[in-house]
Ligand binder design. Structure first.
Ligand SMILES: [Zn+2]
Length: 213
């Protein structure tokens, strides 16, 4: 008897997340391989060059067995947007015969001049990238020790106006802050609501385990 995709031991495989009809069908936990966790932690540590926030990241790939790892660290040259160095994924793989692109990883650093928050999940623009980039099934963000993941399902739309979405989500976070929530809590509430709206399975965690909320 073979284990069903979401109950096998060991790290999450591509097959566990590749063909989800709805978020509730998604695995209860995402379990990341140790090498991937180490890569993400190193990218977080590299996110404050000279004390200034600078997003880092890479492209999440799967090998022929569906095992996940991260390549193309550094991505394309990032853009400066609203005082924030934004990470841009590079999806051109050096070994496309053995790996396929399945997602994107980046950090969310905030330096002292920008409030120093941690625990800040995907922005509207990040959700837009996940929706618009056809090969991406998965988006992971590390912010401090906290990890956030969105996984696409068949309920996820294939198009959104990325910058319109980004503007609207920023406005939502500002409204939440006006109502007394911290930036990071408002950002997480915003992300949870948009995960529902876009049919993403939404995970939070740290280390190698993220749990679906
Ligand atoms: Zn981001």
């Amino acid at each position: 008897m073979t284990a069903s995709p979401s109950t096998h031991p060991g790290p999450t495989l591509l097959a566990d997340i590749a063909t989800l009809e709805t978020p509730s069908q998604a695995p209860h936990t995402l379990r990341l391989p140790p090498a991937m966790v180490a890569t993400m932690a190193a990218q977080w540590r590299a996110s404050f060059p000279g004390g200034h926030q600078h997003e880092q990241g890479g492209t999440i790939v799967a090998d022929r067995h569906g095992a996940l790892s991260i390549q193309n660290i550094g991505g394309q040259r990032g853009v400066l947007h609203s005082n924030h160095h934004l990470f841009l994924p590079d999806i051109k793989l050096r070994d496309a015969a053995h790996y396929r692109v399945v997602g994107t990883f980046h950090t969310h650093p905030y330096d002292k001049a920008n409030g120093g928050a941690t625990g800040v999940p995907q922005s509207g623009a990040d959700m837009g990238v996940l929706i618009l980039m056809t090969p991406f099934l998965l988006s992971i963000v590390q912010s401090g020790s906290q990890l956030f993941a969105f996984v696409k399902t068949r309920l996820t739309p294939s198009y959104v106006d990325k910058w319109e979405l980004h503007k609207n989500t920023q406005e939502e976070v500002w409204m939440r802050m006006k109502a007394g929530q911290s930036f990071e809590v408002g950002s997480r509430k915003m992300a949870e609501g948009h995960a529902l709206r876009f049919g993403f399975a939404y995970y939070r965690g740290s280390g190698s385990v993220l749990t679906r909320s």
